[in-house]
Design a protein around this ligand. Structure first.
Ligand code: CP
Ligand code: NVA
Length: 309
């Protein structure tokens, strides 16, 4: 049996294939329960602290609502209000919060801070996005793909665009879950080399094909899923103009998606910039499942919290 009590949720690489499959199955089950009107409150009396050092719509609302539905409550803690924002150490924050809370979710810039927080805390810590990764989104995304395609193993996911937090979590998740994965980015915007290497190791063990290319057409060819994300992530806004130039041949549009399977799914973690990384016709078209992804953040994170807290 799978027991994740007390574990942190910091990255896809920390979990085995079976553990990720278990969390996805739980997410689907919690979604069914919610839609059937079944009350399920394993976290009664528990509190999640949510530290936000960046903006959020989906992550904040889905964690807060999810905690409420599980019988507990969530506290929104902005860096503007916390002493952390005035120089209190991560260690002291982690130790103090562990005396009140049952879990911490954090969205921040440097991944290091999340690692340090988890080290200092005696309660589970959840990564709600860093510059390095966004594992909650990737878990919800593979739940969404499974719901639409009925399977994961043997599918091909193509990611077009910035080698950012999103692609890091998606490609590691794919390698673990048996999904072939191709990423195409412009020169200078590739995914992190070390993450590619560690993903390749898992892919090799798991019989998964990983393709890293500069050619969007090669990546999208025969894909079951075409995924993209913004060209300038949070914290990189001042590079917007340079990036628009570098990424001009990396838009996911009607011409590019012709190369994917006819029943391909278009995915985007949101927020999106229509007319930049994706054309309006594709993101608002019949193959797009962006709001199913957004919805599944709720169910996937409830599965995570119920399992670890
Ligand atoms: N996809 C995602 O994490 O969205 P938010 O930034 O709105 O939380
Ligand atoms: N890559 C994006 C994802 C937002 C959910 C960012 O980091 O801004």
């Amino acid at each position: 049996a799978i027991n994740l009590k007390g574990r942190d949720f910091l990255g896809m690489s920390d979990f085995s294939t079976e553990e990720l499959q278990y969390l996805i199955d739980q997410a689907i089950e919690l979604k069914r329960k919610l839609k059937a009107g079944e009350v399920y409150q394993p976290l009664k009396g528990k509190t999640l602290g949510m530290i936000f050092e960046k903006s959020s719509t989906r992550t904040r609302v889905s964690f807060e609502v999810g905690m409420y539905q599980l019988g507990g409550q969530a506290l929104f803690l902005s860096k503007n209000d916390l002493q952390l924002g005035r120089g209190e150490t991560v260690w002291d924050t982690a130790q103090t919060m562990s005396r009140y809370l049952d879990g911490i979710m954090i969205r921040t810039h440097a991944h290091r801070k999340v690692i340090d927080l988890a080290r200092g805390a005696t309660i589970p810590v959840i990564n709600g996005l860093t510059e390095r990764s966004h594992p909650c989104q990737a878990l919800a995304d593979y739940q969404t793909v499974l719901e639409h395609k009925g399977r994961l193993r043997g599918l091909k996911v193509a990611y077009i665009g910035d080698g950012n937090n999103m692609v890091h979590s998606l490609m590691m998740g794919a390698a673990k879950l048996g999904i072939d994965f191709a990423v195409a980015s412009p020169k200078g915007y590739e995914p992190d080399k070390r993450i590619i290497e560690s993903t390749q190791d898992i892919a090799d063990q798991n019989g998964v094909k990983l393709t890293v290319t500069y050619d969007p057409k090669e990546a999208v060819a025969g894909a079951d899923v075409v995924y993209t994300d913004v060209w300038a992530s949070m914290g990189f806004e001042e590079e917007q103009k340079d990036r628009e130039l570098a990424f001009q041949n990396f838009q996911v549009n009607e011409e590019l998606t012709k190369l994917a399977k006819p029943d391909y799914l278009f995915m985007h973690c949101l927020p999106a910039h229509r007319g930049e990384e994706v054309s309006e016709g594709v993101i608002d078209g019949p193959n797009s499942i962006i709001f199913d992804q957004a919805e599944n953040r709720l169910h996937a994170q409830k599965a995570i919290m119920a399992a670890i807290m």
